[in-house]
Design a binder for this molecule. Structure first.
Ligand code: 8YV
Length: 318
């Protein structure tokens, strides 16, 4: 059986594919494969391992109807036209669970970095601006006992909440489409309306999927309903916040700071004004980028691909 791999996965996954007699053709260029190149590359394949932001849209799926399975190197599947895949009987697999801890670590890292202006102050040393000791400029804010608002309390949001409770005894409120009774019981998270989440949170951390409903959900009108002392964290998808509105909200001190692991577009351009703001910390979409997590993701991908090639349902099917 033959599979196209549109990027790279951890070596353990490559080894397991070989052990399962799956023959791999791999995209080896440094740049992201284009839509046309992806279609061409998949013509003589039985499956696809999709790494990165390839659009698995109706046009791609129609042009690659013969594929039995597409294994995503992500838990998110906003890039996939699921309805079309279902119609064409192409199974889609993702990598849930294994990346929750690492992604929550990234959200926590950003929250702390923003609260102490860490990335900005690091740049000041590099720029030769660490001069005299001055007790008052560039002060941070503390997180102890502050209210954490989770937008999208699923597996990753729950991990973030646990870290914030453990480190800073932060009370947790959340807003979801439907209530998470288990998390309410486990960590005492309190369900609130979206408006209450905005008004009451000292830190808002986004852990929801990008959908037509959540696209641009955090816009200027929403930032205006947040506390002027609050921090906005997004490790989910860049499309959930409106970047222009976020920039304005930070410039006009409508909110206090922001930490982003996801931007819109990705990659972010190096001259983006957000990169030089004092209360902003930005990372290049590294949420799941640890050795342990990427190994575990690769192993799930192999399970999904092997099952799909056999015609079985996938262990992690979307
Ligand atoms: C991936 C992610 O690294 O799981 C997700 O949804 O965003 C990340 O874990 C990214 O999609 C690249 O494949």
């Amino acid at each position: 059986m033959k599979v196209f791999l549109s990027g790279n996965i951890a070596q353990v996954g490559l080894n397991e594919l070989e052990e399962n007699n799956v023959s791999i053709t791999q995209w080896s260029e440094k740049r992201q494969i284009t839509a046309e190149e992806l279609i061409a590359a998949c013509q003589d394949q039985d499956g696809l391992i999709s790494v990165g932001p390839n659009k698995i849209d109706a046009a791609f799926l129609q042009a690659c109807k013969h594929l039995k399975v597409i294994a995503l190197h992500s838990v998110g599947y906003d890039q996939v036209d699921l309805e079309e895949a279902k119609k064409l009987n192409i199974k889609i697999g993702n990598t849930p669970g294994v990346l929750s801890g690492a992604t929550a670590d990234t959200a926590f890292l950003l929250m702390l970095a923003v609260s102490r202006k860490a990335f900005y102050l690091h740049k000041k040393i590099i720029n030769g601006e660490w001069k005299n000791y001055e007790p008052t400029p560039d002060l941070g804010i503390e997180l102890n006992g502050k209210t954490l608002g989770i937008f999208g309390l699923g597996k990753i949001g729950l991990e973030m909440a646990k870290k914030c409770i453990g480190a800073y005894q932060m009370p947790v409120i959340y807003h979801n489409r439907s209530r998470n009774n288990e998390a309410e019981k486990e960590i005492g998270a309190k369900y609130v309306s979206f408006e209450e989440l905005l008004a009451q949170s000292d830190v808002i951390s986004v852990h929801t999927a990008l959908t037509p409903e959540t696209k641009d959900q955090f816009n200027l009108n929403v930032f205006k309903q947040m506390k002027s002392t609050s921090i906005f964290i997004n490790t989910a998808r860049g499309g959930i916040h409106n970047e222009e509105d976020l920039t304005k909200a930070l410039e006009e001190k409508i909110i206090w700071g922001a930490g982003l692991d996801v931007t819109n577009p990705e990659p972010m351009q190096k001259d983006n004004v957000l990169l030089n703001m004092d209360n902003v910390a930005i990372l290049p979409h590294i949420g799941s980028a640890t050795e342990e997590t990427r190994n575990a993701m690769a192993q799930i991908i192999v399970k999904n691909i092997v099952a799909g090639l056999k015609g079985d349902s996938l262990p992690y099917q979307v």
